[in-house]
Design a protein around this ligand. Structure first.
Ligand code: IPD
Length: 312
């Protein structure tokens, strides 16, 4: 019911703040250089750039325990709990298609955290029947809290409605992606092989950045190409309207669940399908969590004389 969802929202926001406080305390220990050596170190998972810290594990444990003691019948899916279980060879849909599910990344942007680059956050998504309906993302070193609940809008620090530029919400540039800020991540697959993930990403950066038309006759020339190092924050920044387009191949559910809730509630689009960059001409398939490739487009108001999609 609406009332139950409201209660879960209040709980999720408080949980995000508490978890973010733990991240902040751990980051401050790293900054001061004092304290426990385990705070300073990290362990490799699948390869040298896929890393985990004690903070990821501690914060996930805190979030998991808090959720399951309050909602013992809800499903919990977390990045670190999942990594510890056996990874099946074929990639299943991890989010059940029915029932309430929490999907959590306790520390998105672990590499940033270890380098004290401030783009790291806790990301808590709540889904009903496979669809993200609540999102809480908190980046404590930036003091940015993004929250959303279906039907209640998306918010920055609980006071500023997203997208930030709203009077009116600007349309996408006429020749999008030209004139856009394009964001994409490097991901963790660093195999240097033609047609591999890394090469496709480098190509997409070049395509967006290259003068008129891009290297392969598409994309280019965007105002800027960005890579924050946190897929979750990329989605929050797209909801804010700071990024026009975000693209990533290789995401897991916990990287995107909360961000999708926040972006969609702000009036933006996210899809797992390959679509043209201009949302007015795109046929958008609803996003299905479990795909690995995501394309997100910021909320946009109508262009001159058009009746396009409006931010709410
Ligand atoms: C990663 C970050 C990164 C993205 C990867 C994610 P993590 O999450 O969001 O930007 O490229 O796909 O797995 O490991 O820092 O929680």
């Amino acid at each position: 019911t609406e009332q139950e969802l409201d209660e879960i929202y209040v709980f999720a926001v408080q949980l995000g703040k508490d978890a973010g406080k733990l991240l902040l305390e751990a980051a401050q220990l790293r900054i001061s250089g004092s304290g426990d050596q385990t705070v300073q170190s990290f362990t490799e998972k699948d390869n040298a750039v896929d890393i985990v810290t004690k903070t990821d594990e501690d914060v996930e444990q805190f979030i998991k325990t808090s959720i399951l003691s309050k909602y013992p019948h809800h499903t919990f899916l977390g990045e670190e709990s999942y990594s510890k279980s056996t990874t099946p060879s074929s990639r299943p849909y991890l989010i059940p298609s029915s029932g309430p599910t929490w999907c959590v990344d306790p520390l998105d942007g672990t590499v940033n955290y270890t380098h004290l680059f401030p783009m790291f956050c806790v990301s808590i998504g709540f889904l009903v029947d496979g669809a993200p309906v609540i999102g809480v993302i908190y980046a404590p070193l930036l003091n940015q809290l993004f929250t959303s609940c279906k039907g209640k809008g998306s918010w920055l620090n609980e006071t500023q409605r997203l997208p930030l530029m709203r009077n009116p919400v600007p349309p996408m540039p006429k020749n999008a992606p030209q004139g856009c800020i394009f964001s994409c991540e490097w991901g963790k697959d660093r195999k240097d092989k033609k047609d591999g993930n890394l090469h496709r990403k480098v190509d997409s950066f070049l395509n967006m950045a290259a003068e008129v038309g891009g290297r392969e006759g598409k994309g280019g020339m965007v105002h800027g190409v960005r890579s924050l190092g946190s897929a979750t924050l990329d989605l929050a920044y797209t909801a804010m309207g700071a990024f026009d387009i975000w693209w990533e191949g290789g995401c897991w559910e916990w990287d995107v669940a909360a961000g999708i809730a926040i972006l969609e509630e702000a009036g933006g689009l996210v899809t797992t399908a390959k679509v043209p960059m201009n949302p007015d001409t795109a046929e958008i398939e609803p996003v299905r969590l479990g795909g690995r490739l995501y394309l997100a487009i910021r909320p946009s108001g109508p262009g001159e004389g058009e009746t396009g999609r409006e931010g709410q």
